[in-house]
Design a protein. Structure first.
Lengths: 280, 317
């Protein structure tokens, strides 16, 4: 009797684990297919059935993507823009969030609530005036056109403000009696207690910039200034979809920064994503 | 703690300057809050608030890309009422959003429950990695990848479906299948975030509640129904609203994989704004479409909050 009662949940566990692992493999299969296809010779790429264990491996597609378009430069653009926006937006957000959370000033509530309205509004619907503003600033076809508007991340300000409000004030009061300025308080009291929130904000911002296709498509026109996904899309379009190998080689290369991020940050990433989700 | 140490040590440097000119310092101190919010606020005004207001203003004009705007009253809105393309963009976007939000919620909840039920840490790690990884890929790259996978002639999906005896449609060139296909792509990329949100939500339900229910003789199903669902509902509402707002502004899949086709059967609202403004060069009408998109989105968000009173349990933790 006792045995049977234990056996059933254990069987259930095996079954559950099997289903979960199969589902996970299913999620990864498209990526595996892409990487394998990118390593096949051009004659094999369009052939069915797909060869999951290819007989001939070649880097020809990789050579093509680097010679046909300035792909290295474009990957650097993608990574560079993402990193700069993460750093810049986090600094802008920390300052604003500290002010909203800690400093009482006239109009603080109204200004904060007005800003929150932006959380509900997709900025793409205002693409036309955005384009005109950028044209007047002479920023069309510059990487700054992607960086500057992205420095304002309303969600980050909101999340950080919520977090800063949970930090006990006594800690700062001790510092303030000693005459520490606000910047010193932020650096030595607030930041050390806020790394999970800051990691969450950085991840959300980074994902948003890295993932975006709309603004690069609108603002960037010359190859060497494009971010990598846009460059691959325009390369693919220019070849009428016939350049599967080089395009998939580019797609595979774009996995590298993510894998690096994952190896170092797996826990932080999932925690950060969850943290951002839950405290919104 | 080390905090107070690090807090006080550098502070002493500052003390001297603070004491030197007290009058100026206090006056400046009143400006500090504004100084701190000013980078954020100037950017907010220049790149969010101003463009939004301008969109509304431009929507009442006729403005060719290379010309100057001429006020034309409600003409764009009248044209909008007769625009069948706008209607189909609205329909496509709404269908896409609805399917995405509902399937997201169900799949993510199921996955989160399964991951919480398994005792194997290895399996938990595998699932987390496999489901979150696509979320970190760039949308444009995902679209290129799935464009190949869903291709009718050389894509593996149609091939294997055929092998299983099905008669797969040409997913991206079929007016009925194009939106569901794009929903699958969207789910693949973003299910991970909804799953993590749900998992964190599940893990934050106090175990005391389950024990109390067990003592009262509740079986697994009724514990799920009377503890898990109500306790999770605020998180679920949040997840629905996030995926709803995200899906409503969808652009990437349509722009890369279908160009809004076949016909206009996968044209999205944001894509139509882009097309009117930057391909047809009608800045006025494009802005009108933007205003319509915004109004529809706000209406649906309000409806969601209203409806949520019926299913979301607000006495939370």
């Amino acid at each position: 009797m006792r045995r049977r009662r234990k056996l059933l949940p254990r069987l259930g566990q095996y079954l559950l684990n099997a289903i979960l692992v199969i589902a996970s493999v299913g999620m990864v299969l498209p990526i595996v297919y892409t990487v394998i296809t990118s390593l096949e010779p051009a004659t094999q790429q369009f052939k069915l059935p797909p060869q999951w264990i290819p007989r001939h491996l070649t880097l020809a597609s990789y050579r093509l993507i680097f010679t046909q378009i300035p792909f290295l430069q474009e990957i650097i653009n993608s990574v560079g823009i993402t990193v700069i926006v993460i750093l810049g937006a986090t600094i802008v957000s920390v300052l604003a969030a500290y002010s909203f959370a800690r400093l009482s000033f006239r109009g603080s509530r109204v200004l904060f609530v007005l800003m929150l309205v932006a959380l509900m509004v997709p900025t793409q619907i205002a693409a036309i005036p955005q384009f005109i503003i950028m044209r007047n600033l002479h920023l069309i076809n510059t990487r700054l056109a992607l960086i500057i508007p992205a420095l304002i991340q309303v969600f980050s300000i909101f999340l950080l403000r919520q977090h800063f409000q949970t930090i006990p004030r006594d800690l700062e009061d001790a510092a303030r009696i000693d005459g520490a300025g606000h910047l010193l308080i932020i650096r030595h009291v607030i930041l050390p207690l806020s790394w999970p929130a800051i990691a969450a904000v950085a991840i959300v911002t980074g994902q948003f910039i890295w993932n975006d296709f709309f603004w690069p498509k609108l603002f960037l026109t010359s190859q060497s200034k494009m971010v990598a996904p846009l460059a691959l899309v325009s390369f693919s379009d220019a070849n009428g979809g016939g350049a599967l190998g080089p395009v998939f080689a580019g797609v595979s290369l774009m996995l590298a920064p993510i894998l690096i991020a994952f190896v170092f940050l797996q826990r932080r990433l999932t925690e950060g994503v969850g943290f951002a989700g839950i405290s919104r | 703690m080390t905090l107070s140490d690090t807090g006080t040590v550098p502070a002493t440097h500052h003390q001297h300057t603070a004491k030197a000119k007290p009058g100026v310092m206090t006056r400046l101190a009143g400006l500090v809050p504004y100084l701190f919010i000013s980078p954020a606020y100037l950017l907010f005004i220049a790149f969010i608030l101003l463009p939004l207001i301008a969109t509304v203003a431009i929507s009442f004009t006729d403005w060719p890309l290379l010309g100057v705007p001429h006020p034309n009253g409600l003409a764009n809105y009248v044209a909008l009422l007769h625009d069948r393309v706008a209607l189909s963009a609205l329909r496509n976007t709404f269908l896409f959003t609805l399917l995405t939000a509902v399937i997201h919620l169900i799949l993510a909840l199921g996955l989160a429950l399964a991951v919480q039920a398994t005792h194997s840490r290895v399996v938990q790690y595998i699932v987390r990695t496999a489901f979150v990884a696509p979320f970190l890929m760039s949308g444009g790259v995902v679209a290129l990848m799935w464009g190949g996978l869903l291709n009718h002639d050389f894509g593996p999906i149609a091939f294997y479906l055929e092998k299983l005896g099905a008669n797969p449609p040409d997913f991206l060139n079929s007016t009925t299948w194009v939106i569901p296909s794009l929903v699958v792509v969207d789910l693949w990329q973003t299910i991970g975030i909804t799953f993590i949100i749900m998992l964190v939500g599940l893990q934050s339900i106090p175990t005391v509640l389950y024990e109390a229910a067990r003592v009262d003789g509740a079986n697994a199903w009724s514990r799920f129904l009377h503890v898990t669902i109500p306790m999770l509902s605020p998180v679920a509402l949040f997840a629905v609203i996030v995926s709803f707002i995200g899906a409503f502004q969808i652009y990437t899949w349509m722009a890369i994989m279908t160009n809004g086709g076949p016909g206009n059967s996968s044209l999205s609202l944001v894509q139509y704004v882009y097309r009117s403004g930057f391909q047809d060069f009608k800045l006025g009408y494009g802005s009108t479409l933007g205003v319509m998109t915004l109004v529809v989105l706000l209406l649906f968000t309000l409806v969601q909050f209203a409806v949520s009173r019926w299913w979301v349990h607000y006495e939370r933790m």
